[in-house]
Design a protein. Structure first.
Length: 255
């Protein structure tokens, strides 16, 4: 089996108006036009998805939704379905980001419904898991990761799992400027692979790609991406700066 390409995802969160988003997308298309051997995904806010999709068409870039509702359509005022997002060009969707879990009460059960919908729609779900600082300090990291994974992935087959991306994003590292060390990330990635393989009884070949996210920047990306256990990175703040994001992409290419 050939190793998957390194995957770099830029999560723009609730940032950038349409003009800025389009300019960033154009610059990335241009910069990546001569690059090979990497997968780069950007997750603009909903309002910019359509224009950005036109710009990145036929480029090396793919589009991700930051969130969606698990029903396809109906009386759900204010919600956006994955069918709608796929219609505008999203091949990826973040699910269970810690900001959604923390600020919007997204439960493991809701995450599970979204992941199942993504699998059904052929959209790659990027399932985010991670412990808080208190949980890490009390030695509960393994239990938290195992619970989040088993609940979020309930009912999925090994084949379904193989199509997912798992992002280990310790809550204490997201948006804080404090990143996990490569050794800490490798430990949790090994744990995630072990949980997927043994405790959830998924066959070895059904290995999802596992990313790290949490204050990834040009200064730490090389060290993280050098590790074989780390298949890529999910980048927040540093993806808003063109040169910083490109530096991270370069680290992935060098890995
Ligand atoms: P950050 O965000 O890189 O700003 O810490 C990561 C994320 O939210 O995925």
């Amino acid at each position: 089996m050939t190793a998957p390409l390194p995957l770099v995802i830029g999560n723009w969160k609730m940032n950038m108006l349409t003009a800025q988003a389009c300019e960033m997308a154009r610059s990335l298309v241009d910069r990546l036009s001569t690059v090979d051997g990497i997968e780069v995904v950007i997750a603009p806010p909903f309002t910019s998805l359509h224009p950005v999709a036109q710009i990145i068409k036929n480029s090396r870039l793919s589009l991700a939704a930051q969130n969606f509702y698990f029903e396809n359509n109906g009386a759900y005022t204010g919600e956006v379905s994955l069918e709608m997002l796929r219609d505008v060009g999203c091949d990826f969707a973040l699910v269970g980001h810690s900001e959604r879990r923390g600020s919007f009460g997204e439960s493991d059960d809701a995450v599970n419904k979204k992941v199942r919908r993504a699998v059904q729609m052929g959209v790659t779900a990027v399932v985010c898991v991670g412990e808080t600082l208190g949980q890490r300090k009390s030695g509960a990291t393994s239990n938290i990761i195992e619970t989040q994974l088993s609940k979020s992935l309930a009912g999925l087959s090994g084949e379904d799992i193989s199509k997912l991306v798992i992002a280990y994003e310790p809550v204490w590292a997201v948006g804080t400027g404090v990143h996990a060390t490569a050794a800490q990330v490798v430990d949790v990635h090994k744990l995630i692979r072990m949980i997927l393989r043994e405790r959830l009884s998924f066959p070895e070949k059904a290995a999802a790609r596992i990313l790290y996210g949490g204050s990834v920047g040009p200064e730490n990306s090389k060290q993280l991406l050098r590790e074989k256990q780390i298949d890529g990175v999910l980048v927040g703040a540093a993806s808003l700066d063109f040169e910083s994001f490109c530096a991270i992409i370069n680290s992935a290419l060098e890995s």
